[in-house]
Ligand binder design. Structure first.
Ligand code: PRP
Ligand code: MN
Ligand code: MG
Length: 184
């Protein structure tokens, strides 16, 4: 039987390692946000798997909301107007402590444009939690407040990350075999 595993060259972050890290992040967030009005904001679609796991690792009451954005334009475009909001939040952010949940901070362009948009809505705070980060790819001046794993600049899929909308449902983070995408 064909399995997605056949398309993976090697595993970068195992299911067990993800689970342990998510629990660690959840405990840390629970301490840091105790007594606050925590709102977890998941940026679809990549963050859906991490969001589902992280929210259950957070041990304090929190609300959740979802957003779909698409970023276009280069890193040197200073305007915050260049993040296109496809689906906006339902929640009113006034005075609330917003924690953006992402699967990966890559160039950082998406969040460097989204964070100022959210800050204009008068939240108490806006921070970023990402399970993966590719620091070598950074183009915008932005770093996560909470980060699971730093990964090299390889073609990573799984745990929400896609190639051509597929492989999001792999339970681990792996590197795609070159022959899978070399037809491009
Ligand atoms: C990916 C990823 C992050 C973003 C990071 O999303 O899930 O949201 O890119 O890129 P950046 O740091 O270079 O801006 P994508 O736009 O592929 O949409 P998806 O989440 O639906 O896969
Ligand atoms: Mn995404
Ligand atoms: Mg994607």
């Amino acid at each position: 039987m064909y399995s997605m595993d056949n398309d993976i060259d090697h595993i970068l972050v195992s299911e067990d390692a993800l689970k342990a890290k998510v629990n660690e992040l959840g405990a840390q967030i629970s301490r840091d946000y105790a007594g606050k009005d925590l709102l977890l904001v998941s940026i679809l679609k990549g963050s859906v798997v991490f969001m589902a796991d992280l929210m259950r690792a957070v041990q304090i009451p929190c609300a959740i909301d979802f957003m779909v954005v698409s970023s276009y334009g280069g890193a040197n475009t200073s305007s915050t107007g260049l993040v296109k909001i496809i689906k906006d939040l339902d929640a009113d952010l006034t005075g609330r402590d917003v924690l953006i949940v992402e699967d990966i901070l890559d160039t950082g362009i998406t969040l460097s444009k989204l964070v100022p948009v959210l800050k204009m809505r008068n939240p108490g705070s806006v921070k970023i939690c990402t399970i993966l980060s590719k620091p070598s790819r950074r183009m915008a001046d932005i770093e996560p407040d909470y980060c699971g794993f730093e990964v090299p600049d390889e073609f990573v899929v799984g745990y929400g990350l896609d190639y051509d909308e597929k492989y999001r449902n792999l339970p681990y983070v792996g590197v795609l075999k070159p022959e899978v995408y070399s037809g491009e």
